[in-house]
Design a protein around this ligand. Structure first.
Ligand SMILES: [Zn+2]
Length: 104
């Protein structure tokens, strides 16, 4: 498997997107939490690179999901924000227990 190339982009904007797919996502910000989220399977994204040049990329499948996930973070939205209130409460309780156990 090839090593992925790091990508740096700012001010990303989705120009076009395809039909949605359901994808089970996790997030490094939310340990032990996964959730199936509907995301566009293909996104055409415009962004600025490190030199301030405007570029575009067509992202498909896992990369498209990752791009949309990271764009959510830029808007202050976390994966848990897609969860039902029941699942959100369950995660909060679990996180409090984990934090309490770590402070022992
Ligand atoms: Zn994340």
């Amino acid at each position: 498997m090839a090593t992925p190339t790091p990508r740096c982009s700012s001010t990303p904007r989705i120009l076009n997107s395809s039909e949605n797919i359901a994808f089970e996502e996790g997030c490094l910000s939310l340990p032990d939490f996964t959730l199936e989220v509907d995301r566009a399977r293909v996104v055409h994204v415009q962004y600025e690179d490190l030199d301030g040049e405007t570029k575009t990329v067509m992202a498909e499948d896992l990369l498209a999901v990752a791009v949309q996930h990271e764009m959510d973070h830029l808007e202050g939205k976390l994966l848990v924000d897609y969860a039902s209130s029941v699942k959100k409460d369950m995660y909060k309780r679990k996180a409090r227990k984990r934090k309490a156990a770590q402070s022992l």
